[in-house]
Design a protein around this ligand. Structure first.
Ligand code: TXA
Ligand code: MG
Length: 327
């Protein structure tokens, strides 16, 4: 969808006046407010029903704006920014006083990224403010990858939703803390661990329970449709899945992640995508669609946790009511 600067000026005025605007990014839709205005930031928590101790990501238009938000740039930041910005990489820095403490929830660090999306970038530039934005869903629901998803969750709760079509990546940014040395990946996302290792060979990844302490948002249930989702692991053939599901009662659908194997014809099934990239793009949309499908629940096949698979498995593990090991 094309928006002129005049169209976006209305949105930018709302941001400058301390109001909320939902806008597209390349990952998922964000619910934005002026990151320097505490009253505006508090409205995000109310609209989303977000736990009040979970800090927000600040979106900047580039390095100049970044420098206002941070205390200093560690040397590795320059390399990462050159390679991955604008793009789905959020970096955690020591913060400056410019950012409202409501964004960082008492932490002395701030998470910042530069989105690779024309509407998002122009909105930040025209409002001339760093924009704090979590994903534009009600807390706990799958993140929105289209304006329709935002409408489902937030219509009537916020003044403006900018419809920029479907998002390209489909799940959230990768979060890397540059406050620790060596840097730690706090959340897998749009930039893969393999890509990061090319620049930070000694990057750390932490067990989920340790990450919870470092990144408050990872503690809450996430990405869940209203119906039950079960993650199937440990299988090597579709036959094993068929045997398992034949012993299960209830009205369910199988979300498949493997296009090579032949799928059990008697079990209703949907292929989430032909590659990990496609599965990543479609995942949240299918999790939401489950709620309007006639099935009571969904079983989802695991994905190999390499490249995009690591972020996909992270989200599936959080969305699942139960992880079932078949073998
Ligand atoms: O792709 C994305 O990152 C999207 C779009 C809108 O940019 N945003 C997003 O925001 O996913 P949200 O709020 O849903 O997730 C932010 C994550 C949470 O896990 C939060 O705890 C973590 O970033 N975070 C924020 N500030 C932090 C900080 N100072 N230190 C560590 N983790 C932080
Ligand atoms: Mg979120």
């Amino acid at each position: 969808m094309n928006f002129s600067d005049d169209d976006l000026k209305e949105a930018a005025d709302l941001i400058r006046n301390g109001e909320l605007v939902a806008f597209p990014t390349e990952t998922v839709y964000g619910l934005g407010a002026d990151a320097t205005n505490s009253k505006a930031i508090e409205k995000i928590y109310v609209a989303k029903k977000r736990p009040s101790d979970n800090p927000l990501i600040v979106h900047v238009s580039g390095k100049e704006m970044l420098l206002k938000c941070v205390d200093h740039l560690p040397p590795i930041a320059d390399e990462l920014i050159k390679k991955f910005w604008p793009g789905p990489l959020t970096l955690v820095f020591n913060r400056s006083q410019y950012i409202s403490p409501s964004v960082t929830k008492g932490l002395d660090t701030v998470a910042i990224r530069c989105p690779n999306h024309q509407i998002a970038l122009r909105l930040i530039s025209i409002s001339d403010k760093p924009i704090a934005a979590p994903s534009a869903n009600l807390s706990g629901r799958p993140s929105p990858t289209s304006a329709e998803h935002v409408i489902e969750d937030l219509f009537g709760r916020i003044p403006l939703i900018i419809d920029g079509g479907t998002t390209q990546i489909g799940l959230e940014s990768t979060v890397v803390s540059l406050v620790s040395n060596p840097p730690i990946m706090l959340r897998p996302g749009g930039v893969t661990l393999e890509e990061l290792k090319a620049i930070i060979p000694d990057i750390q990844t932490k067990a989920e329970n340790e990450i919870a302490k470092l990144s408050p948002g990872t503690r809450y249930t996430h990405y869940s449709p209203r119906k039950d989702v079960y993650l199937l692991t440990g299988f090597t053939t579709e036959k094993e899945i068929e045997i398992y599901l034949n012993g299960v009662s209830g009205d369910y659908v199988l979300f498949c992640t493997n296009s090579v194997h032949s799928h059990p014809q008697k079990i209703p099934h949907i292929l989430l995508g032909k590659s990990k990239k496609e599965i990543q793009q479609n995942l949240f949309s299918y999790l939401r669609n489950l709620d309007t499908m006639k099935y009571e629940s969904a079983y989802i096949e695991e994905v190999e946790p390499t490249e995009e698979g690591l972020a996909i498995m992270n989200r599936l593990t959080k969305a699942a009511k139960k992880i079932i090991r078949i073998n």
